[in-house]
Ligand binder design. Structure first.
Ligand SMILES: Cc1cc2nc3c(=O)[nH]c(=O)nc-3n(C[C@H](O)[C@H](O)[C@H](O)COP(=O)(O)O)c2cc1C
Ligand SMILES: Cc1ncc(COP(=O)(O)O)c(C=O)c1O
Length: 194
């Protein structure tokens, strides 16, 4: 994660829009892959965090197969980072802390989208729910975190750092965890052919 920190700091400092947007791929119970964008909400030596609805399609997929692939597509910087690893749910304390930091509208949105990824009759149904819930929690009352809403920590076991070069002569470095935990384990580094 030290190398990730160096790159993320550079990308973050470059003014690139949504540098923390990452494509998160999960494995469906059928075995099919499925990707979507989520926002990384912090990282440390043990991995990175993102938040979602545990009942969503990805949440249900992770209940069955708690492994993911993550891609940071930093095109404007001619860089890409891929991270593969297992996930675990964050604890209530970490979930509450993050949920409290969100804008009130997004907190209410999490209640509106209780059934994230399920079909709805129309936009009106969602807007009505939003209005009703906004009235239910007056401004001075804290919106509670729904039990089904929280985060995951991705524990990398493999990471690849890709840097684009002319003539498709790109630099690729693969880090593989060969023993121990991501934070203090041993990582083997190899250069890959572009
Ligand atoms: C830039 C961007 C950031 C997003 N961030 C999140 C996020 O952090 N958490 C989340 O649940 N959905 C996020 N979404 C929506 C997801 O891409 C996706 O539509 C949603 O999580 C449902 O996915 P699922 O049906 O595969 O579970 C984001 C979408 C975009 C385009
Ligand atoms: C449905 C949903 N949940 C969660 C997030 C995470 O970001 P935030 O906590 O900043 O809303 C996003 C970001 O786009 C989102 O679309």
């Amino acid at each position: 994660m030290e190398q990730f920190h160096i790159w993320f700091s550079q990308v973050h400092g470059s003014g690139l829009a949504e540098p923390n947007a990452m494509i998160l791929s999960t494995v469906e119970p059928s075995g099919a892959p499925r990707g979507r964008t989520v926002l990384m909400k912090g990282y440390d030596s043990s991995g990175l965090r993102f938040f979602t609805n545990y009942r969503s399609r990805k949440g249900r997929a992770l209940d069955v197969e708690p492994r993911v692939s993550v891609v940071f597509p930093w095109h404007q910087m001619a860089r890409q980072v891929m991270i593969m690893g297992g996930v675990e749910r964050l604890d209530d304390e970490e979930n509450d802390r993050y949920f409290r930091s969100r804008p009130r509208g997004s907190q209410i949105g999490a209640w509106v989208s209780e059934q994230q990824s399920s079909p709805v009759r129309g936009r009106a149904e969602l807007d009505e729910r939003y209005e009703r819930l906004s009235r239910a929690w007056p401004e001075d009352v804290e919106v509670p975190r729904p039990a089904y809403w929280g985060g995951y920590r991705v524990h990398p076991v493999e990471m690849e750092f890709w840097r684009g070069s002319p003539d498709r002569m790109h630099d690729r470095f693969r880090y593989v965890l060969v023993g121990g935990e991501p934070a203090d384990g041993t990582w083997e580094v190899e250069r890959l052919s572009p």
